[in-house]
Design a binder for this molecule. Structure first.
Ligand code: HSE
Length: 437
């Protein structure tokens, strides 16, 4: 049986899961591949911790350089995380002719412009299935299964931390801070949750999906990103009353003028499959011109689901090595010369439906004044909800619009906020109630 040797750099949670699979599931893997995939070295700064694994003597080292420099190793699995040390290690490994498996979305989205060209030059493969959506095979689906499709849109719930928090607020009507604290206590959110709740982790993932889905280069700063910190139980209750759920949705759509790339809390109609994705689960919907809409659903994080995706990449590359082929599928789904910088459409051009919540004085004429300003900016109201009692106090006034342009919405809200009958910043949540395209 042909042996393929793997070096793992970074043996934290996911790395331990990968080691566990490679050490304990050889019979299954070789019965499916006909290969002996051997975990030859593991590098981690902590060589002593009990990982609950029988790691053979001589496998563990603190020296990542020794793993990269081992001439027997065919595939380097980078699970260090971060974008500095990991980048240097990866570039060194590629330079040494090693094939790469990584889960590092931050690294690929920030430094892909150096990593992928170097890999092409050196003739090595880079696989990164676990970087987006944990165990869901979205990269393989787009790169291979949908090769015949023009991808029209990609919409995803790609961050389990945010989805856990939003589900918690929906189910228990608790404030954001309480839901975040519980997510941290249960291990669903990091001690510093910024990357997740401010949407940046989702942006890293959407950048990768945009590149492989549309064959485009995209900079992180071209993606509009709004996180979930401002979501309140009140807005979630109103959303429910109107038949919607609020999700942090990553949305990319390809149009004749360019590409929409945006991440923001989004109202999705109940009944749409994405609205039912609860807790820490992820889902991504891809619309192609041949397949129509399709959805992947599963665990976007966690030791064994993510490790499963990493091992699927190791197996892919091992099969290529055994067959004596390289770069069977272009790393970024399109041949490098076919990838072009498509225009990313400015948010001001977005046309969608909106939910507005104003905090306004409860007295006659308030509704018509606000609706009048919206009308002056070509924003037509579809439904209104107000539970006032004409007491002169402050009440929430909620409106759902028909299709409107973001630029008009911003101008109208800037005018409305100046009214003395409006006492707080208006809340705006975008609505997605069509299919993917
Ligand atoms: N932190 C991510 C999440 C998982 O909460 O979904 C890794 O990308």
């Amino acid at each position: 049986m042909k042996e393929i040797s793997v070096g793992l750099i970074g043996c934290g949670t996911v790395g331990t899961g990968v080691a566990k699979i490679l050490l304990e599931k050889q019979p299954l893997i070789s019965s499916r591949t006909g290969l002996a995939i051997r975990l030859k070295r593991i590098a981690d700064i902590d060589t002593k911790r009990d990982r609950g694994l029988a790691i053979p003597a001589g496998v563990m080292t603190a020296d990542a350089g020794a793993v990269i420099g081992d001439p027997d190793i065919d595939i380097i699995v980078e699970l260090v995380g971060g974008v500095t040390i990991a980048r240097d290690l990866m570039l060194r490994a590629i330079d040494s002719g090693k094939h790469i498996v990584t889960a590092n979305k931050a690294l690929l989205s920030a430094h892909g412009d150096r990593i992928f060209p170097l890999a092409a030059e050196k003739g090595v493969d880079i696989a990164y299935e676990a970087s987006v959506g944990g165990c869901m095979p979205i990269i393989r689906t787009i790169r291979e299964s949908l090769v015949a499709d023009r991808i029209d849109s990609i919409r995803g719930i790609l961050n389990g931390t945010c989805n856990y928090i939003l589900t918690k607020i929906t189910e228990e009507h608790c404030p954001f801070a309480v839901a975040l604290k519980e997510a941290q206590e249960k291990g669903f959110a990091e001690a510093d949750p910024t990357l997740d709740i401010d949407g940046l982790d989702t942006a890293h993932k959407l950048a990768i999906l945009n590149t492989i889905g549309f064959g485009m280069t995209i900079r992180l700063e071209d993606i509009y990103v709004e996180g979930i910190r401002a979501i309140t139980p009140l807005d979630i209750e109103f959303a429910e009353a109107f038949g919607y759920r609020i999700k942090l949705l990553a949305i990319s759509k390809q149009t004749d003028d360019g590409v929409e790339a945006r991440i923001h809390p989004t109202m999705i109609p109940r009944g749409n499959l994405l609205s039912d994705v609860a807790g820490s689960l992820n889902a991504v919907e891809v619309s192609g011109d041949c397949v129509g809409d399709m959805i992947l659903y599963g665990r976007g994080a966690g030791m064994m689901p993510t490790a499963s995706a990493v091992v699927s990449d190791i197996v892919d590359l091992a099969r290529n090595i055994a067959a004596g082929i390289r770069q069977r599928v272009p790393a970024l789904s399109y041949r490098p010369e076919a990838i072009r910088p498509l225009p990313v459409l400015p948010m001001d051009n977005l046309v969608t439906r909106y939910y507005f919540r104003f905090t306004a004085t409860d007295r006659p004429g308030v509704l018509s004044k606000i609706a009048g300003i919206l009308g002056n900016h070509h924003i037509s109201i579809q439904s209104v909800h107000q539970k006032g009692q004409d007491t002169g106090g402050q009440v929430p006034l909620v409106m759902l619009s028909h299709l409107a342009r973001e630029k008009d919405v911003k101008q109208a809200l800037a005018e409305i906020v100046q009214l003395d009958i409006v006492t707080d910043q208006p809340v705006l949540i975008r609505i997605e109630d069509t299919g993917g395209h």
